[in-house]
Design a protein around this ligand. Structure first.
Ligand code: ZN
Length: 298
């Protein structure tokens, strides 16, 4: 049995996965807001999970929105800011007596889908989360490829390839300090921005998609523009990695038209005349993150 944790800003979830990928136990609790209580809570949850699973589990995986700095071994970029600057792996190992594996939550999503989800037959699998923002994780041979600097798969803050004002509208500043990061375009937030620029109206991404599906012209234009932007972004990725499968997660992954439109939108930007492109919807949806965290300990 494997134990996995999904750490969010407000909720912490634990699960026990058996080796065939079946969830044996799942439990959710508010995320403690100080470091010491957090470590103690995770250690308690491990004890609870083992009790519920009825056996001892040595391997514990933790998925969180952040990363372990390869330079220092300390947590960085976590949105649970109290984790930043701490040696979480060592502290949790000490508190629980377990072997602790930590990875970014986007990598956990991609790992779950690569091990036994939508990308399970692929050697190279890219998991793209197209939600509020735009995250990504790269899996090679069913292992997370974190990279030398722990930024493997982080494509959300690349500049949008082939940006022109004519095609993509006015420059979009990003909170990271740069302009025209891809997540400013190919995300739910990006689609909402495109719609606001064209109509001066604020509408949620899912409502824009619903309008597009009903034949609304402006919503259709925004969707088409986003699909072309996605085509450019995915082509840049495919020209380097040529993955077997690209698995989509996040809110936009529920837009069925994307699986029809993305291969065609990507093709013109690829350095090949023929290509077999495989875009798939995540099989485990919101559960991918926690499942992938558990798979870290395989
Ligand atoms: Zn950015």
């Amino acid at each position: 049995m494997l134990i996995g944790f999904d750490i969010g800003g407000t909720k912490t979830e634990v699960c026990v996965l058996d080796h065939s990928g079946h969830t044996q136990f799942r439990h959710r609790t508010p995320t403690p807001q100080t470091y010491d209580t957090f470590v103690a809570t995770v250690a308690d949850l491990i004890v609870l999970a083992e009790k519920e699973a009825g056996e001892s589990c040595q391997q514990v995986g933790i998925g969180l929105p952040g990363a372990v700095s390869p330079a220092t071994g300390l947590i960085k970029n976590a949105n649970c800011t109290f984790l930043n600057g701490h040696d979480l792996q060592a502290d949790l190992a000490k508190a629980s007596g377990k072997t602790i594996h930590i990875a970014n939550d986007a990598n956990c999503f991609a790992l779950s889908e690569a091990v036994d989800g939508a990308g399970k037959d692929g050697v190279v699998v890219f998991g793209a989360i197209l939600g509020t923002g735009c995250g990504g994780g790269l899996i090679l041979n069913q292992q997370v490829w974190g990279g030398r600097n722990a930024i493997g798969g982080e494509w959300g803050h690349n500049p949008l390839p082939g940006y022109t004002e004519e095609k993509d509208g006015p420059v979009r500043p990003c909170y990271c300090g740069r302009d025209n990061c891809v997540e400013q375009f190919i995300s739910g937030t990006g689609l909402e921005k495109s719609y606001r620029i064209k109509t001066d109206k604020t509408l949620a991404a899912q409502d824009i998609i619903a309008l597009m599906q009903q034949g609304d012209v402006v919503a259709g234009e925004c969707y088409k523009q986003m699909v072309d932007q996605m085509g450019r972004c995915f082509a840049a990725l495919i020209n380097v990695l040529d993955p077997d499968v690209i698995v989509l997660g996040g809110g936009l992954s529920n837009v069925d038209e994307l699986y029809r439109d993305l291969p065609q939108a990507t093709m013109p930007y690829l350095f090949t005349d023929v290509a077999e492109l495989c875009f798939k919807k995540a099989e485990y949806g919101d559960s991918s993150g926690i499942r992938g965290a558990a798979w870290l300990g395989r």
